[in-house]
Design a protein around this ligand. Sequence first.
Ligand code: NDP
Length: 444
Amino acid sequence: MSYVDEVLASVQQKNAHEPEFLQAVTEVLESLRVVVEAHEEEYRKVALLERLVEPDRIITFRVPWTDDKGAVHVQRGYRVQFNNAIGPYKGGLRFHPSVYQGILKFLGFEQVFKNALTTLPIGGGKGGSDFDPHGKSDAEVMRFCQAFMTELYKYVGADIDVPAGDIGVGGREVGYLFGQYKRITGSYEGMLTGKGLTFGGSLIRTQATGYGLLYHTEEILKLNGKELKDKICVVSGAGNVATYAIEKAQQLGAKCVTCSDSTGWIYDPDGIDVAVLRDVKEVKRARLTEYKAQRPNAEYHEGKGVWTVKCDYAFPCATQNELDLEDAKTLVANGCQGVFEGANMPTTLEATKYLQDNGVLFTPGKASNAGGVATSALEMSQNSERLSWSAEEVDEKLKSIMYGIADTISDAAERYGMKGNYVAGANIAGFEKVAAAMIAQGVY
Ligand code: NDP
C-alpha cells in the first residue's frame, strides 16, 4: 500500500464520525501523491503525514451563559490548535449551531496550508461554538462572548494563538471577546484580529476576504487570457465574504446578480446593490426578504437556487458543501467558465472533479480566500509595531499577496505536470513549506 493510502486508511478509521474532516484530508493527500512518492523515504522516517493530519491539540470547554429572561444555557466551546510549524496558530472562530469537532478540524487542517500560501509567519488553527447568534440581543451575545473568552483566554496570546472572526463572528463579537481577554489578563495585546479600528484593528480587514478573492480571480483569469469586465457573476452568501466580493467584482466591471442566506436567495437583474445588502445584513441583521422590499425589481426565492442562474463566473461564499455535483452540472450546462471559492470547502469533491473535467477554471478556498487571514497577519504586524498603516498600504499588500498566491499555485501545479489544476497547486505549495519547517524542527 502506498504511504498516502496507508495514512488515508488510518485517518478514516480514527475519524469515522467526522465526514468534513475526512473530505478535507482526502482532497489534500490525494493531490500530494506525486510529491509524497518523490520523497517517500524521507517523509516516512519522520512520520510526516501522520503528524500532519493530527492536530497539536484540541481544547473543549463548557460555555454557560444567561439569556435576557434569566434562563441559563450551556454551549460547547472549542479551539483546535492544528499546526504551528511556521508561526503562532491562526484561524477564525465560528458560532453556528452546526459546529462540532469535525467541522473545526476540517477548517483547522485547511488553514495550515492556506496560511502557508500567504507567505506570512502563521500556523493553522480554528475554533468556535455551537452557539447561534441569530435572534439574540446584543446583551446576550456579549454575555456569551464573555463566557467563551473566560475559558479560552488560557490558551491564546499574541505569540501563541491568534483567533479572528468566521461565520457568526463579526466585528461585534470580536469586540466583546477582546474586551473580556483584556479584562481578565490586564494585557493589551494583539491576540485577536478583526478588531475595531479604534482599538487596534486594521483598515481593509473587514473587506479583505472578499476583495482578496477578486484580486486572486483577476490574476487567475489573466493567466488564462480571460477577464472580469462585463461578465455576469453569481455569488452565494450574504455575509462578510459575499458582500465585499460583490463590491470588488462590481468595482472591477463585473455584474453580480445573486446573493443568498440560510433561508433564501436573491436574483437582482440590475446587479446586487451593496449599500442595500449591508443595510439589511450588517445594520438590521434581517433576512433577504428585506432586500427585496427595498429593491422591487429583484426576485426573492425560498431555499437554495443561486447556481441555477446563467453566469460566466461563480463565487460560493456561504459555507461548506453548498455546491454539489448537480449544481456543478447546471453551471457547466449554463456556460459557466470559472468557480472561485470564497467560503471554505464550499464545493464537494465530486463537484470539483466535474468542473475540472469540463474545463471550468477552479480555485480552492485555501488559495482564493486567503486574503482574510493574510490581512489578519498584517493586523498582527501593525499591533506589534504599535502603528496603523493606511488603507492604500494594506490594500496594496493584500493585492500583492493574492496575485502572488495565484502565481505560486499555478507554478506548483505546472512543476508536477498538472498545469491548470489549482487544487493540486495550492495543496502542493502549502505542503512544501509546512513540511520543510516540520522536518527542520525535529520530531514533535
Ligand atoms: P458570515 O457569518 O458573515 O456570513 C455567512 C453567510 O452564509 C450568511 O449569509 C449566512 O446566512 C450564510 N450561511 C451560513 N451557513 C449557511 C448554511 N448552512 N446554509 C446556507 N447559508 C449559510 O460568514 P463569513 O462571510 O465570514 O464566512 C463565509 C465563508 O467564508 C465560511 O466558509 C468561512 O469559513 C469562509 N471564510 C471567511 C473568512 C472571513 O474573513 N470572514 C476568511 C476565509 C474564509 P445568514 O445570513 O442567514 O446567517
